[in-house]
Design a protein around this ligand. Structure first.
Ligand SMILES: [Zn+2]
Length: 452
């Protein structure tokens, strides 16, 4: 393919001007700075693509349907009832159409890979499909059509809540036992096996849905691949875990498993100071989903203490109510500003807030998904985002001020071109297959809202 030239780019070794990249076999094979474009394709600003490390694709289809008060005090738990009801409406074609639309939106916003925390496994009556991996194949098909890097995380979900309470009828599409989970994992491996740039991990859903023995069992099946788990999203979850096990959820997980390197703790929102320091020290990645956590009223992650302890983090779009990496990073910082009544809470003294957020999410996202560390460098996958140098927010901005302008001012509308594994998937801010994706999505949403 032709070479690419950026007037300025954030490379793995920092900002550089007049950067020329040669790409072959999906990777950057040559990087030169301070050179003219020559015959290369010219772009203004190049930055590496980010990972959405936590997504439930089907929930994109219910975005906006839970923004009314359903009980006297609406909470995560009442939202969850709406989500359960929606989960019972989607057929395999809907899962594919909704996921494809979501992944198109992710790419248009500047995400180049996604960790799909895949728990919708069975038919609407709760019976496994003839191939238990049916819906994993639909997710992989959607990722392949959109051209996003997929990390497929089949979910082990057995119990309704702590104390091995049997699953509820509304949870029937999620449930499995260790034998069935082995077949779901096999399905996910087959589904991802046919897809360029895809990999697989495992995901015990939470300490509510899996006993600590089962979390260990499922984590053992990862065999060195990523392990993701929802851990402490809600105060009620902390209280229920304390009542059932005598320990808070993060402590229960750290004591009962080897959670650390290779693990991603989603929504480790409610932690004590000791738990915060221990998660950081053990080398797990904190999977933060700032927009969803705000939307669901989860609480605020102790980001300053966690970062001070050297903790790694990445961001995920989770419920996919909004899809924009810049907006996720902005929300992460804004939650801290509101909580501490100060500004630039996450920045270090050596880098801007935008740069600190971006570098953290880039490295942590890649680590959580078991992908090569992000960054534009020779040998690295060519997962690259070109930003609009003519966007009003970008005028006369250089270096880290570009990231600050993208994250705090422009957001996803500044994304012009996106390459995944060296292939162009977005041009002029528009996904190349957007029209077909939107049409299938529209047809699907009309079907499922009729069943909702
Ligand atoms: Zn989640």
């Amino acid at each position: 393919m032709p070479a690419i030239h950026f007037a300025t780019a954030l490379t793995a070794t920092g900002w550089a001007d007049d950067v020329r990249l040669e790409i072959e076999g999906g990777r950057v094979t040559r990087l030169e700075a301070g050179v003219p474009a020559g015959g290369a394709e010219r772009h203004a600003i190049g930055v590496p693509g980010l990972a959405s490390l936590h997504s439930h694709a089907f929930q994109r289809g219910m975005a906006g349907l839970a923004e009314y008060r359903s009980t006297a005090a609406d909470t995560f738990w009442s939202w969850r009832e709406t989500m359960y009801r929606f989960a019972l409406t989607v057929e395999p074609d809907d899962v594919a159409a909704i996921a494809r639309q979501l992944y198109v939106e992710m790419l248009e916003a500047g995400f180049t890979s996604v960790g799909e925390f895949h728990y919708l496994h069975h038919d609407r009556d709760g019976r496994p499909y003839a191939d238990p991996g049916e819906l994993a194949f639909r997710i992989a098909e959607a990722a392949g059509d959109a051209g996003i890097g997929l990390t497929l995380l089949p979910v082990y979900y057995r119990w309704a809540t702590f104390g091995v309470v049997p699953g509820r009828p509304e949870q029937r599409r999620f449930l499995s036992d260790p034998d069935l989970f082995a077949r779901l994992l096999d399905g996910a491996e087959r589904a991802a096996g046919g897809l360029d740039g895809a990999n697989v991990g495992v995901a015990p859903h939470s300490l509510r849905a899996a006993s600590i023995e089962e979390v260990r069992l499922v984590a053992g099946m990862a065999d060195g691949r990523p392990v993701h788990i929802h851990v402490a999203e809600q105060i009620k979850e902390v209280e229920d875990c304390l009542a059932a096990t005598g320990a808070r959820p993060v402590r229960h997980l750290l004591d009962g498993t080897d959670a650390g390197e290779g693990w991603c703790l989603i929504h480790a929102t409610h932690m004590t100071a000791d738990e915060t320091a221990d998660v950081a020290r053990r080398g797990a990645v904190a999977g933060l989903c700032p927009i969803t956590e705000a939307n669901l009223g989860d609480g605020v992650f102790p980001t300053p203490d966690y970062l001070a302890a050297g903790g790694a983090f990445g961001v995920g779009t989770d419920s996919n109510v909004q899809v924009d990496p810049a907006a996720e990073l902005r929300q992460l910082e804004y939650a801290q500003r509101l909580a501490t009544r100060t500004r630039n809470v996450i920045a270090t003294t050596s880098a801007s807030t935008g740069r600190t957020l971006f570098d953290g999410a880039l490295a942590g996202g890649a680590r959580a998904l078991g992908r090569p560390s992000g960054g534009i460098a020779p040998g690295a996958p060519a997962d690259i985002v070109a930003l609009d140098g003519d966007h009003p927010a970008m005028i006369d901005r250089t270096g880290d001020a570009i990231l600050d302008a993208w994250i705090f001012v422009a957001g996803k509308e500044a994304v012009r071109r996106v390459w995944v594994n060296g292939r162009t998937v977005v041009d002029g801010g528009r996904h190349l297959r957007k029209d077909a994706a939107v049409k299938a999505f529209r047809d699907s949403i009309r079907r499922v809202t009729g069943r909702f």
